[in-house]
Design a protein around this ligand. Structure first.
Ligand SMILES: Cc1cc2nc3c(=O)[nH]c(=O)nc-3n(C[C@H](O)[C@H](O)[C@H](O)COP(=O)(O)OP(=O)(O)OC[C@H]3O[C@@H](n4cnc5c(N)ncnc54)[C@H](O)[C@@H]3O)c2cc1C
Length: 312
């Protein structure tokens, strides 16, 4: 079974975070008052019913109306803001799903074999591709947690939807990955609750901005999680938007700034999105065997090129 380890002894630096920790830190930063700007208000439980992208107006389900200079649609792959663009909807369910589970590291330290496996992911992450499945193994919370991400292609007879019951999802995972290395299977047995995620993706959108609205995150580019880029690209979007919208002389400069944002992000996110289903290390095969694939339009010819594109 091939093993691919990233991050160590390479020019490429990857960081992995436990999702709740990342959310909390992003929230802390968002609420920091800086440069005299008004501190934002977070309105939880406020479901958006519809939006008007020409006037940057949001209508909440409770009847509240909110108006601004710009509407930033960061509302995920089923974005209400994206729907208001009225471009063709290309969101599709992938023939691929992912089991996810977290194991406290200390549960793996008492056994020499699982302890040895931990050395592969320390300060990095590893991928174990095998047939139509791949185990991606990450460290979380500075090494206190082990985050397992088990991707599998759907087979004839699989249920059309992911298993919602965590115990049954665990049984399904153990069955589907039972031919992995015995040391890995022993680790999988240590899981408690397992989630079974459906995966959705869309083709690059025609527009990232329209009227007084701009899309970022999954609303702008839903993709396969294979290269771990959905959230990463969302943060690149936010960084680019923050920088492009800073020092705005007046709201009349917004259209030009949005045009710059679109120019900067459209090609980058489309490339990452179209390569997002590739397992690192299989790029050369795709270049050789798939003359019609998007990879031919990029300079990516190997796993190293792919990592360079993502993390340079
Ligand atoms: C199994 C799996 C593994 C993944 N692994 C990785 C990884 O390793 N690395 C990585 O970078 N990415 C990964 N991703 C992708 C990552 O989770 C997404 O790209 C990221 O969450 C997108 O963030 P977002 O804020 O754009 O959208 P979301 O996280 O979907 O957030 C959208 C928010 O908008 C809210 N919302 C939606 N509609 C409305 C409405 N009408 N009114 C009010 N609120 C609304 C939602 O409640 C939600 O809070 C993974 C995804 C999956 C499924």
């Amino acid at each position: 079974m091939p093993r691919i380890v990233f991050g160590k002894n390479q020019n490429v630096r990857t960081s992995t975070f436990y999702r709740p920790d990342l959310h909390n830190e992003l929230k802390r930063i968002a609420l920091l008052q800086s440069n005299g700007f008004k501190c934002p208000t977070i309105c939880l439980g406020s479901r958006v019913a519809t939006v008007n992208i020409e006037t940057a107006t949001v209508y909440l389900e409770d009847g509240t109306r909110l108006k601004a200079d710009l509407l930033i649609g960061a509302d995920g792959e089923r974005s209400v803001v994206k729907a208001a663009f009225s471009d063709p909807e290309t969101l599709r369910m992938a023939p691929y799903r992912i089991f996810r589970a977290i194991i406290p590291t200390e549960e793996l330290l008492s056994n020499d074999k699982s302890k040895a496996l931990l050395t592969l992911t320390k300060g990095s992450f590893a991928m174990f591709p095998h047939g139509d499945r791949t185990l991606s193994w990450f460290e979380g919370r500075d090494g206190l947690l082990q985050d397992l991400d088990l991707g599998y292609l759907l087979r004839p007879g699989d249920e059309p939807r992911g298993e919602r019951d965590p115990s049954r999802a665990r049984e399904k995972m153990l069955e589907r990955f039972r031919d992995f290395h015995p040391d890995i299977v022993d680790v999988l047995r240590k899981t408690d609750m397992v989630a079974d995620y459906e995966v959705y993706f869309n083709k690059p959108l025609l527009h990232l901005f329209k009227g007084k609205a701009v899309l970022i995150g999954d609303a702008a580019h839903s993709m396969f999680p294979t290269t771990g880029q959905g959230g990463s690209q969302s943060m690149e979007d936010a960084g680019a938007l923050g920088s492009i919208l800073s020092h705005l002389p007046s709201s009349s400069s917004l259209p030009e700034r949005l045009r710059i944002f679109g120019k900067l992000r459209k090609e980058r996110t489309a490339t990452v999105q179209m390569l997002s289903g590739l397992i690192f290390g299989q790029e050369e095969g795709w270049v050789r065997r798939r003359p019609e694939h998007f990879i031919q339009r990029t300079g990516v010819r190997s796993g190293e090129d792919h990592l360079e594109l993502l993390y340079k």
